[in-house]
Design a protein around this ligand. Structure first.
Ligand SMILES: [Zn+2]
Length: 142
């Protein structure tokens, strides 16, 4: 468990270089810190058409700086599948609610799997971490 101020400081210092490392310059982020997520560490809601996302962090479920940084990276990686959100949105209206409710969980599961694969690719294949990505961006800028 961390304080809101601790989480906010780490996220606000790290999001710009991490966003740059992931080539997400064209996205705008609103950052929210609250415990309404229950047991989830964080969430990312995306508006693909406006290239805007809200990242919500749950200080009650975050443990330390590493946890915040990996969580931030995880939520930013969710932007990579934002185009698929348009697909989900476009089937929501014509498809009966019962069918949509049956599809939606597997859509979100698939998104989580893609993000987990990307995290493993960065961590295990490229031997990188949020701190290394941030350092690389700062070196490039100097
Ligand atoms: Zn996720």
């Amino acid at each position: 468990m961390m304080s809101k101020a601790e989480v906010k400081k780490i996220v606000e210092e790290s999001i710009r270089p991490l966003r740059a490392a992931l080539q997400l310059h064209d996205w705008q982020f609103v950052l929210v810190y609250d415990t309404s997520l229950g047991k989830d560490r964080a969430a990312c809601t995306r508006d693909c058409q406006r290239h805007a996302a809200t990242l919500t962090f749950n200080p009650a479920e975050l443990e330390d700086e590493q946890d915040v940084l990996w969580t931030l990276l995880h939520e930013l990686l969710h932007i990579y599948h934002a185009e698929f959100d348009l697909y989900l949105d476009s089937v929501k209206v014509p498809v009966p609610k019962q069918v949509f409710d049956a599809i939606e969980p597997s859509f979100h599961n698939a998104c989580e799997h893609v993000v987990q694969k990307l995290e493993r690719l960065l961590m295990l294949t490229f031997k990188t971490s949020p701190k290394k990505l941030i350092a690389a961006v700062r070196r490039r800028e100097n």
